[in-house]
Ligand binder design. Structure first.
Ligand SMILES: [Fe+2]
Length: 389
C-alpha cells in the first residue's frame, strides 16, 4: 500500500442512540444471515444483556449460538476456541457483545478461516488480506471504540506479547451503539475507558498519520470527553453524559483507526502484558507524562487540543495552552480517582525493574511509538515508565 495515500475505513452502518439494539433484525435481513455466533465474555453474560440480545436475534428468525469465554486481555487461545464454536455452529454472521475484549476477539474469529496462517504473522499493519464473515459489534462500554475500528489486540500466549493488528478486514460491517447498555457501568470502568477514549482522540490528532478525515473526528471525540466524562463518572445515571461518552468512543475509534495511536498506546500494551491492568487504566497512567514529553514536537496540535477541551482560552498562545493541557490531564486523573502506576493493585517495583527494558523494547516493536510527534528511544521510554511510577 502506498503510505502517502491515506486510507479511510468505517463501518458501513452505525445505528446509534437509546434502543438501537432493537434494530438488529433490520441488519440481519440486510446481510441475509440466518446462523449467528454471539461472542461475549462471562461478565457480560452474567448481566442479562446477552439474553436480551439473543431474544432479539431469535425473534428475527436466526439460529443463535453463544461463545462466552473471551478473557479480559483476549488471547490466541480464546480466538482458536471461538473459531471452533463458529465452525460447530456453521455461522454466517458474528455478533460481538461487550467491551473491547470480546469485540477484538470477535473481529479475529470472524476473519480467521479466510486467513489461516499463524496468528503472529498478522501482527502489524495491513497484514490480514482477506475478508471473513460479516461482524456486527455492540459495545457495552463507552471507551474502546473497537466497534468502529479496524484494530484488534490479541495476546500471544507463547511470546507473552500483546499483538496489535490493523487491517481493513477486521472492521465490523455494522456497529450498534446503544447508550442504554452503558448505564450500569461501574465508576472505575467509566473512568478507565473514558480516558482511553480521550487518549484515542488525542493520539489520532497528534499522530504523524493524522489526516483531513481523521482530524474532525478526533477533535469531536476530545470535546465530547471534556464535556461529559466527569459527569458520566460522578452521576452514573446521567443519560446525556453517557450518550456523549458513547459517541466520543465511536468517533475516537474511527479517528485512531484511520490515523493511528502513538506512544501512549505503544507503552500501555506492555504494562497490560506484565501487570494485567485494564487497558484504559494503563493509558490514563501514562497520558500526562507522555503528553509532557511529546508536546515540544507538536506545540500547535497540542494547543488545539487544549483549546478544544476548554482548559485553555481560544485566544491563548500555544505554549501556555500546552502547559494548561498537562495540568488538566493530571487533574482529570485525580478527579476520576485514577491511581499512579505504583498505586495499582498487583503492581510491584521488583517486577517492573525486571521487565522494564523488555517493556520498552516491546513498546517500540509494536510500531505505534513511531507515529508519535516526538519519537522516543528505548531509554526515553524507560524514563517515561519511571515518570508514571
Ligand atoms: Fe485504546
Amino acid at each position: 500500500m502506498n503510505p502517502i495515500v491515506p486510507r479511510f475505513d468505517v463501518p458501513s452502518a452505525i445505528l446509534h442512540g437509546g434502543g438501537a439494539r432493537r434494530r438488529l433484525p433490520d441488519l440481519l435481513r440486510e446481510f441475509g444471515s440466518r446462523r449467528v455466533l454471539v461472542v461475549t465474555d462471562p461478565g457480560v453474560a452474567a448481566l442479562g444483556v446477552v439474553d436480551e440480545v439473543l431474544a432479539i436475534l431469535v425473534s428475527a428468525g436466526a439460529e443463535v449460538a453463544v461463545f462466552d469465554q473471551v478473557q479480559p486481555d483476549p488471547t490466541d487461545v480464546n480466538v482458536a476456541a471461538g473459531v471452533e464454536a463458529l465452525e460447530a455452529h456453521q455461522a454466517d454472521l458474528v455478533v460481538a457483545l461487550g467491551g473491547g475484549s470480546p469485540i477484538d476477539a470477535a473481529k479475529v474469529i470472524a476473519v480467521r478461516n479466510a486467513n489461516p496462517g499463524p496468528l503472529s504473522e498478522y501482527m502489524g499493519l495491513h497484514k490480514i488480506a482477506n475478508h471473513g464473515l460479516p461482524l456486527i459489534a455492540i459495545p457495552t462500554t463507552a471507551g474502546t471504540g473497537s466497534e468502529a475500528s479496524k484494530v484488534a489486540v490479541i495476546m500471544d500466549t507463547t511470546r507473552h506479547v500483546k499483538m496489535m493488528m490493523l487491517s481493513a478486514p477486521l472492521l465490523p460491517r455494522a456497529a450498534v451503539v446503544d447508550v442504554e447498555l452503558t448505564l450500569s457501568m461501574p465508576k472505575s470502568l467509566t473512568a478507565a475507558v473514558g480516558v482511553d477514549t480521550l487518549t484515542h482522540g488525542i493520539e489520532a490528532f497528534v499522530s504523524r498519520k493524522a489526516n483531513a478525515l481523521s482530524d474532525p473526528l478526533a477533535l469531536q471525540c476530545i470535546g465530547l470527553c471534556a464535556r461529559n466524562l466527569k459527569n458520566a463518572w460522578s452521576e452514573p445515571g446521567n443519560r446525556a453524559a453517557r450518550e456523549g461518552m458513547m459517541l466520543a468512543a465511536t468517533l475516537g475509534g474511527m479517528a485512531f483507526s484511520n490515523s493511528s495511536v502513538c506512544l501512549v498506546h505503544g507503552m500501555s500494551r506492555p504494562i497490560g502484558a506484565v501487570f494485567h491492568l485494564p487497558h484504559g487504566l494503563s493509558n490514563a497512567i501514562l497520558l500526562p507524562a507522555v503528553t509532557l514529553f511529546s508536546c515540544e514536537a507538536a506545540l500547535d496540535r497540542y494547543a488545539v487540543i487544549a483549546r478544544t477541551t476548554g482548559c485553555a482560552e481560544v485566544t491563548s498562545g500555544d505554549r501556555g495552552a500546552c502547559d494548561a493541557l498537562i495540568d488538566w490531564l493530571q487533574q482529570l486523573n485525580r478527579d476520576l480517582e485514577l491511581p499512579r502506576l505504583s498505586q495499582c493493585k498487583g503492581v510491584d517495583r521488583k517486577t517492573l525493574d525486571d521487565h522494564i527494558q523488555k517493556m520498552a523494547e516491546d513498546a517500540l516493536a509494536s510500531g505505534s511509538p513511531a507515529n508519535n510527534p516526538r519519537v522516543a528511544t528505548a531509554e526515553e521510554i524507560v524514563a517515561l515508565y519511571e515518570a508514571a511510577w
